[in-house]
Each structure stands twice: as structure tokens, then as C-alpha cells.
Design a protein around this ligand. Structure first.
Ligand code: DC
Length: 681
């Protein structure tokens, strides 16, 4: 999928069962493969990164049998991989690449390890230097210090002291520690430089202990790995992923009510993952947190969130979630000691700064810190790039609690959380939207605007965007059937809807776009697929809290297919021509009934017969024929439908409760409420 459009989300609440921890899954797979005996692993994370590790282990001759419930049965090879020469592709899985490099370099075979281009830009020299001290023979196949690598069978030196740098990636130390038992002798690892991301090394030590190898450590400087082989614990249950939990907990802190918090299950007080300390950061921001042994719940504090300054060295991944959460906090948030972000799936400091700016935040970035302030006037709709980085996609989805947004390349969440967006949808309530379609002069503009006013909702006159595009093309001398040219204009249209007027390039354009030749031009440019595509996100960017009424031709079918109410508003061509004729006469303009009728027929035909998004009643839309029906009555009928469709169709009782601010003041005028689970745009 090239992109995913998210409407503004108004509230989160409910439970999420977390997928298995990536850090634990990949470590346990390798330890189970290296140990003697069979390990039954439950709740293993199913994702790209774990698939890369499983593929690699199978290539190395390790039997890994998956069952339907997400369990894997690994038959360990007792420290000696059956396949002694192989080529392994490890994608962009840093955990798999670093730990397999260490294990294979010490296992006496001949292997080539490679990954995606980004993996080849992520440093590995410090680990190679450490392994060479043990006698390992490793060649760089491209750039020195970076993958791909060739590992050759070598004579490993017996015991001693190995030095490894700890200030670029803790995965070097992790890889080394897990591999050292393969040497069959005791070794001591000394860390050079300040060790970063210590909690990840704690996970490594805890898991090695579960597999029978107890490492003695002196502070974070020296680690003694005994001459013991790994022994399978038999069964192992992977806990939920604490980094993945951060997105849901942040959603709770941003928008959940205290009586319906967001609750994650699978991690809690008893977790061995450092990222559970993300909740301390949320608490420092003011969030209400509750915690049990294997669950955590978060909700928004009554006084709202506040910015913090935090050294994030211990939670490098979850800290990305803090940066986006800071968009909903008062004041500045400063995240420091995050230099490792620069060598992750992408340069995360640069990527975060660029994308946060698109939403209107003020940013300051340095080699190892990021400071930001949210925009004063609220978040701006934006098209966010994700740089093939799963955490970029997941943390930016939280911005939807402040604005509609488009996320490019959302599929990258597959690295660690393939169904992330479906899980988010299950706990998030989008702003409601009513889609009203119909032919020209059916009165849908007037009816839609009144319905929006009655509900206190935003109003999107989508036809005006096509009209503005036609007018802008005319002004720039671009032909209406020049598809690429008109689409460019549509994409960069400087249009605004303000103070009851429509503006084009800073000039009032309300009257000009209603002229007959521009009406014909609008209908022509609207038939061009590239133009419709260019205007799609611009229309969805109106899908804001407290709600939206959109009028047009394809509101129900294309732009807002999940609208909670869809209406096809029409009238016979004769009645519509008469209405238009009267309107023109009232304005004192010359009007010819026969010409108007002919133009309406021509536009109906064009709008209904074009290849893309033709005008027609959506199968799930209600029909409102306004022949002989006045505006007041049409509005009242529509509001009645809305109350029934959107107030009744709810899966969860919680959505029935109305709270101040949910739906704008106007909601009071139509009696009962409004919020419904309507899915994404
Ligand atoms: O609703 P209107 O008459 O202002 O629309 C002007 C033209 O734009 C009309 O000929 C059809 C086209 N249009 C469209 O194709 N899709 C929409 N959602 C809205 C309008």
C-alpha cells in the first residue's frame, strides 16, 4: 500500500493484546538454536525481523516448526550449526544481523551475511574488531566497517579478554555475549566507551541465564562469560513488546478518559524489557498510569500533558513515541542522549525533525538531541514520510489525535508489527463524517451546509475544489484536458475556505467559480483520474473533530467510504433546472431555461459516465429525492437519519457515552449524540 489516510481521531480507549517482543523473540530463537534440546517458544512475534532470523536458522540446518497459534518448536544444534557454508539474507533486521555475525564467526564455517541497502549503511566494525581479537576471520565485501560480510572458518583463540565498543550500538555487546559460550572456554568482555541502551543488554543477560549461561558483570564495564553450553529451558513464553506498547499507551495519555483508559496486556511490572520505563516518561508528562504484573493502562490527565526534558539513553526506541506525544503537551520537550537514532533503520533524528515540522511543530535538533514545541494553532494536516522505518510509521500515527494525516509507506510496520494499524483502529474513535452526494443543483450544497451548522461540524464543498482547479488552470493558461498539467495545479492549489468566502491565491473567488463556463470546466477536469487523485488527501484533510459533512459526487464511494451516514440527494432534472433558473433570475442575471436544462443534462451525463468515480448512489447510501421537499424538511430528515445511523451503530457501549467536547456545541441542537466507530476514511 502506497499510503494510508487517517482521519482525525477524537478518543482512544479499550484493550490491546500486544504482539511478542521483537528483542526477546530474536534472541530466544538464536539461543534455542544454539542450545542442546528442544525449545517450545510461545507468543513468538510474527514479523519481518523474526522471519529473517527464522529463515537464517533454517538455512543453517536448524529445525524450526511453526504451529498455527504463533508457537515455534526449535530443535537446538548444541552449538554447532549443521550447515557449514551458506549465504544469509537478513533484510534490515539489526538484531539478527549482529547476533548471527558473532555466532557464525565463532562457529567454524564459511558464511556470507547480507541485507537490504540500509542494512549495509549500518555500522558493524566495532563488532568485527572484537571478533577478530578472538581469531575470527571476517572480510568486508563492500565498505570497510559495514555489511555485507564474509565469515571464514578460523581457529578461535582459547579464552582471554575481548574489548568491544559500547557507545554506537549495544547490539555489538549483545551479539558477542551470546556467541562466546560457543568458544567452549571462559572469556571476559571489556566495554570501551560508555555503554548505551543498557536495558537491552539486561534482556540479553536475563535470556542467557534462562538458557543456563550466567554471566557475571562488574558494573557495565566487564562481563565474564563462563565456559558453559546453552541448555534449553524446554518451554519459553515471549512477553509482549514494550516498544510496541508505547504507541497505545501514548494514545491513552493523549486522549483516553480516566474511566476508559487504553490498556495493554503482555507487559507490565514484571517485564524484562527496558522500554517499559517509557511509562515513567509518560508519568513525568502528567499521564495517569496504572500497572500490574503483565498489564499497563494509560489515560489523559485532567490538566493535560506537559513537556519534559529527558535523557532517553535507556529507552531509545520508545523515545520516538515521546517526540510525537510531545505534540500534545504544553511547552517544550527535550529528548537528549539519543545519538544512536542516527544509525537505526534510518537517521531517526533527521527524519523525526523533518516530519514533525510538517505538522507545524518548532524543532531544534543536534547530534544527539531533539527539542520541540507544538504549534500554537493546532496540528496541521500533513503527508508524512516514513523512510521504510516501522517506528516512524507507528509513532506518527499518533499525530492523528490532532489532525487528519497521510502516512506514506505504512507497510513498513511489518518489520515488527504487521497489523499495527488494525490494532490502533480497534481502540481509536475517528471523528464522524456524513457523506452527501448528488447531481448538480440538487440542493445538496445548501442542505449540507445547514446540517453541518446544526451539528457544529466542518463542511467540505468538494465541488468547489474542482471549480477552483478549473479556474486556476484557466488563469495559468493550462488546457482543461491537459491531465498532467491540471493535476499539477490541483496538487499545489493555493485554496482556502475562510470567513464564508472561497479564496484562490489570496483573492476572493466565490463568485468566479460559479460562472457557467467554470462549471463546465469543473466537470471536465473532474473526469481526469490524476486530478481526482491529486485532490484526494486535500479533501480528507477536512475530516477533523468534531465531525465533517462532505458534499460532492464521490464522498460516499471514494473519499469517505466509511462515513457513518451516506446520503444520495437528488431531484429530477426539470426541478433542478427550474431552481437554477430562479436563482439566476433572483441575482438579476440573464437566464435561459432551455439552455440551463441542456447544460444540466450534459453535466449529469458527463459526471455519471466518466471512468473514475462516476456519479451514482452508493449501495449503502440513503436516497433523498427533494422534488417537492423543502430545505428545512430535507435538513430535518437528514439529521434524523444521522441520529439513528451514527448513534445506534456502535459496537462498544463506551462510544455511546457523550462527553463535553466530543461533538461540538451544535450537537446539543440535535438532541442525542454522535460519536461512532466508523473506521478510517
Ligand atoms: O457540486 P458542484 O456542482 O460544485 O461540482 C462541480 C463539478 O465538480 C461537477 O461537475 C462535478 C465535479 N465534482 C466531482 O466530480 N466530484 C465531487 N466530489 C464534487 C464535484
Amino acid at each position: 500500500m502506497a499510503f494510508l489516510d487517517l482521519p482525525q481521531l477524537v478518543r482512544a480507549g479499550g484493550s490491546v493484546q500486544l504482539p511478542g517482543s521483537k528483542s526477546i523473540s530474536n534472541r530466544v530463537l538464536l539461543l534455542a538454536a544454539l542450545s542442546g534440546g528442544v525449545t517450545e517458544i510461545r507468543h513468538l512475534l510474527a514479523s519481518d525481523d523474526t522471519a529473517r532470523m527464522l529463515d537464517a536458522l533454517r538455512t543453517l540446518g536448524v529445525e524450526c516448526l511453526e504451529d498455527a497459534e504463533g508457537g515455534v518448536r526449535v530443535t537446538g544444534c548444541g552449538g554447532r550449526f549443521p550447515v557449514r557454508a551458506a549465504q544469509l539474507f537478513l533484510g534490515n533486521a539489526g538484531t539478527a544481523f549482529r547476533s548471527l555475525t558473532a555466532a557464525l564467526a565463532l562457529s567454524g564455517g564459511d558464511y556470507v551475511l547480507e541485507g537490504v541497502p540500509r542494512m549495509h549503511e549500518r555500522p558493524i566494525g566495532d563488532l568485527v574488531d572484537a571478533l577478530r581479537q578472538l581469531g575470527a576471520e571476517i572480510d568486508y565485501l563492500a565498505k570497510p566497517g559495514f555489511p555485507p560480510l564474509r565469515l571464514k572458518a578460523a581457529t578461535i583463540k582459547p579464552g582471554g579478554v575481548v574489548r568491544v565498543r559500547g557507545d554506537v550500538s549495544s547490539q555489538f555487546l549483545t551479539g558477542l555475549l551470546m556467541a562466546l559460550p560457543l568458544t567452549g572456554v571462559e572469556n571476559t568482555v571489556e566495554v570501551e566507551g560508555e555503554l548505551i541502551s543498557k536495558p537491552y543488554v539486561e534482556i540479553t543477560l536475563a535470556l542467557m541465564a534462562r538458557f543456563g549461561v550466567r554471566v557475571a558483570r562488574q558494573g557495565w564495564q566487564a562481563f565474564s562469560v563462563p565456559a558453559a553450553g546453552y541448555v534449553s529451558p524446554g518451554a519459553f513464553a515471549v512477553e509482549g513488546d514494550a516498544s510496541s506498547a508505547s504507541y497505545f499507551l501514548a494514545a491513552g495519555a493523549i486522549s483516553a478518559n480516566a474511566d476508559d483508559p487504553v490498556r495493554v496486556t503482555g507487559v507490565g511490572r514484571a517485564s524484562i524489557q527496558g522500554d517499559v520505563r517509557f511509562v515513567e516518561a509518560l508519568q513525568a508528562m502528567g499521564a495517569s498510569i496504572e500497572m500490574g504484573d503483565d498489564w499497563i493502562a494509560a489515560s489523559r490527565p485532567p490538566q493535560g500533558l506537559r513537556g519534559i526534558e529527558l535523557d532517553c539513553n535507556h529507552i531509545p526506541d520508545a523515545a520516538m513515541t515521546l517526540a510525537v506525544t510531545a505534540l500534545f503537551a504544553t511547552g517544550e520537550t527535550r529528548l537528549t542522549n539519543i545519538a544512536s537514532w542516527r544509525v537505526k533503520e534510518t537517521d531517526r533524528i533527521a527524519a523525526m525533525a523533518t516530519e514533525l515540522r510538517k505538522l507545524g511543530a518548532t524543532l531544534e535538533e543536534g547530534d544527539d538531541f531533539l527539542a520541540l514545541r507544538p504549534p500554537a494553532g493546532g496540528l496541521r494536516p500533513a503527508i508524512v514520510d516514513t523512510y521504510d522505518d516501522h517506528r516512524m510509521a507507528m509513532c506518527f500515527s499518533l499525530a492523528a489525535f490532532g489532525t487528519p494525516l497521510r502516512i506514506n509507506g505504512p507497510g513498513c510496520t511489518a518489520k515488527t508489527f504487521p497489523d499495527y494499524f488494525a490494532r490502533l483502529r480497534a481502540i481509536a474513535v475517528p471523528a464522524p463524517v456524513i457523506a452527501i452526494d448528488g447531481p448538480s443543483a440538487s440542493g445538496k450544497g445548501a442542505v449540507s451546509a445547514r446540517v453541518a451548522a446544526a451539528l457544529g461540524f466542518h463542511y467540505l464543498d468538494s465541488g468547489a475544489l474542482y471549480r477552483l482547479t478549473a479556474l486556476a488552470a484557466r488563469e495559468r493558461g493550462v488546457d482543461w484536458d491537459d491531465e498532467a498539467g491540471v493535476a499539477d495545479i490541483a496538487r499545489t492549489l493555493d485554496a482556502a475556505f475562510r470567513a464564508g468566502e472561497i479564496w484562490l491565491n489570496g483573492k476572493a473567488a466565490g463568485a468566479a467559480i460559479r460562472e457557467e463556463d467554470i462549471s463546465a470546466g469543473a466537470s471536465k477536469v473532474a473526469a481526469l483520474p490524476k486530478v481526482r487523485e491529486a485532490l484526494l488527501f486535500r479533501q480528507r484533510a477536512f475530516h477533523r473533530a468534531p465531525g465533517l459533512v462532505g458534499d460532492g459526487r464521490d464522498m460516499a464511494s471514494v473519499v469517505f467510504p466509511k462515513a457513518c451516514l451516506k446520503v444520495f440527494l437528488t431531484a429530477s432534472a426539470a426541478v433542478r433546472a427550474e431552481r437554477r433558473y430562479k436563482q439566476l433570475q433572483e441575482k438579476g442575471w440573464a437566464a435561459d431555461y432551455a439552455a440551463i436544462r441542456a447544460e444540466i443534462d450534459a453535466r449529469d451525463t458527463r459526471d455519471a459516465s466518466r471512468a473514475v468515480a462516476p456519479l451514482r448512489q452508493a449501495p449503502d447510501a440513503r436516497l433523498l429525492d427533494t422534488d417537492g421537499v423543502g430545505i428545512e424538511e430535507a435538513v430535518a430528515r437528514l439529521l434524523g437519519w444521522y441520529r439513528r445511523a451514527c448513534a445506534v451503530r456502535r459496537d462498544r457501549a463506551v462510544f455511546l457515552r457523550r462527553r463535553p467536547g466530543d461533538c461540538g456545541q451544535g450537537a446539543a441542537q440535535v438532541g442525542k449524540p454522535n460519536i461512532t466507530e466508523i473506521g478510517w476514511a
